[in-house]
Ligand binder design. Structure first.
Ligand code: NAD
Ligand code: DAU
Length: 332
């Protein structure tokens, strides 16, 4: 039995991680989450209170972080400002949370000699051309495009520096685009699902040829658990499930699964600096740690995700109008 401190555990991937840890291990979990617009206590509802505690606080606040880290065996660091479009509207919280927050956690792990796992993104590598057969590997040079991805790239560099300079026992993972339950409706897939459930139309940026490498959130989190248990300290593991799809195809699939005509969507203003394609080569994770995705059928995973949003309208409904108003103000 171990004590896990999960930062960002009320967000999309973090809350799914907490569900998974409590269901599949006997570990205790403390969630540290600031409950920004992206955090939701309801995502942790019904979990066993004898093994889960919740602290509302800021990862960039050393007073909060120090005491929690001192009482922890492993810090699993999900907390972040995570949405590219928001980083284009106002980059400042991305710098504070993703850089100063990660620094604050690393300092606490250094002083209390605590194991650290850093959850990061494939966006640190920039983008690939649409017709390029290449995929990202751990050796791909960093080339982030947006304030969000630049702040995550900086956080990765901090982690590696704390490993080398101070001997912090850290691992890193860089994952591709996740989908599944509890994802905030500002993000592409849940935005389109809830638009259709709401009687509206999906919104496609530009021509929709941009490619994302989709992975189910439970497969991502299984990989994180594997890396914490068996990954080599100081190493970076790329997580992806060979799920490349262009955005237009994803929207057409959502419309078809919801019984609507496949062309019943709107083209809206493109994202500034929009990355073209992400693709992950996960062979290090597969070969070294034996990880394999369970959700190999994207359409089946998407259908289950649509069912989740249909069955959990009370979870997303309170935010829908404000999210759409913010997009509309940007022509999106
Ligand atoms: P999310 O936006 O859904 O959740 C982020 C959580 O962090 C929220 O609960 C929020 O309240 C919390 N938080 C934000 N600032 C905080 C602060 N200063 N102190 C404490 N808590 C704070 O994000 P997500 O999509 O679940 O992403 C989680 C992590 O995974 C991020 O580090 C992200 O970069 C990474 N990642 C995400 C994806 C993806 O597809 N969503 C893919 C690869 C990597
Ligand atoms: O690759 C991993 C990254 O995936 C994570 O690091 C980020 O935290 C996560 O948000 C995600 O970033 P993206 O920018 O790829 O995801 P998003 O859901 O915002 O958009 C996915 C694609 O869909 C992207 O090409 C933009 C497009 N899009 C998005 C929205 C919200 C649309 O066409 N219409 C939309 O309404």
């Amino acid at each position: 039995m171990m004590n896990y401190l999960v930062t960002g555990g009320a967000g999309f991937i973090g809350s799914n991680f907490v569900h998974q840890v409590l269901a599949t291990t006997d570990h205790r979990v403390t969630v540290l989450d600031a409950l920004t617009y992206a955090g939701n206590r309801e995502s942790l509802a019904g979990l066993p209170s004898d093994r889960l505690s919740f602290v509302q606080g800021d990862i960039a606040d050393p007073d909060v972080v120090n005491d929690l880290v001192a009482a922890t065996d492993v810090v699993v660091h999900f907390a972040a400002e995570s949405h590219n479009d928001n980083s284009l509207r106002d980059p400042s919280p991305f710098i504070r949370t993703n850089l100063v927050g990660t620094f604050t956690l690393l300092e606490a792990c250094r002083h209390h000699d605590v194991r650290f796992h850093h959850v990061s993104t494939d966006e640190v590598y920039g983008d690939l051309a649409l017709d390029d057969p290449a995929k990202f590997t751990p050796e791909t040079p960093y080339r982030p495009s947006s304030p969000y991805s630049a702040s995550k790239a900086g956080s990765d560099h901090l982690v590696r520096a704390w490993v080398r300079s101070f001997g912090v026992a850290a691992t890193l993972s860089n994952c591709s685009n996740n989908y599944g339950p509890y994802q905030h409706i500002e993000k592409f897939i849940p935005r389109q699902i809830t638009n259709v459930l709401d009687g509206g139309r999906p919104k496609l940026y530009g021509a929709g040829l941009n490619v994302r490498d989709w992975i189910h959130v439970e497969d991502h989190n299984r990989a994180v658990l594997e890396i914490i248990a068996h990954g080599r300290i100081g190493e970076t593991y790329l997580i992806g499930a060979d799920g490349e799809k262009d955005n237009k195809t994803v929207i057409e699939t959502i419309l078809r699964l919801l019984g609507r005509p496949e062309d019943a969507y709107d083209h809206v203003a493109d994202r500034s600096g929009h990355d073209l394609r992400y693709a992950i080569d996960a062979s290090k994770l597969r070969d070294e740690l034996g990880w394999r995705p369970v959700y190999s059928d994207f359409e089946a995973g998407l259908a289950a995700t649509i069912d989740w949003y249909r069955d959990n309208e009370s979870w997303w409904r309170p935010q829908k109008a404000a999210v759409e108003a913010a997009y509309a103000a940007q022509g999106q």
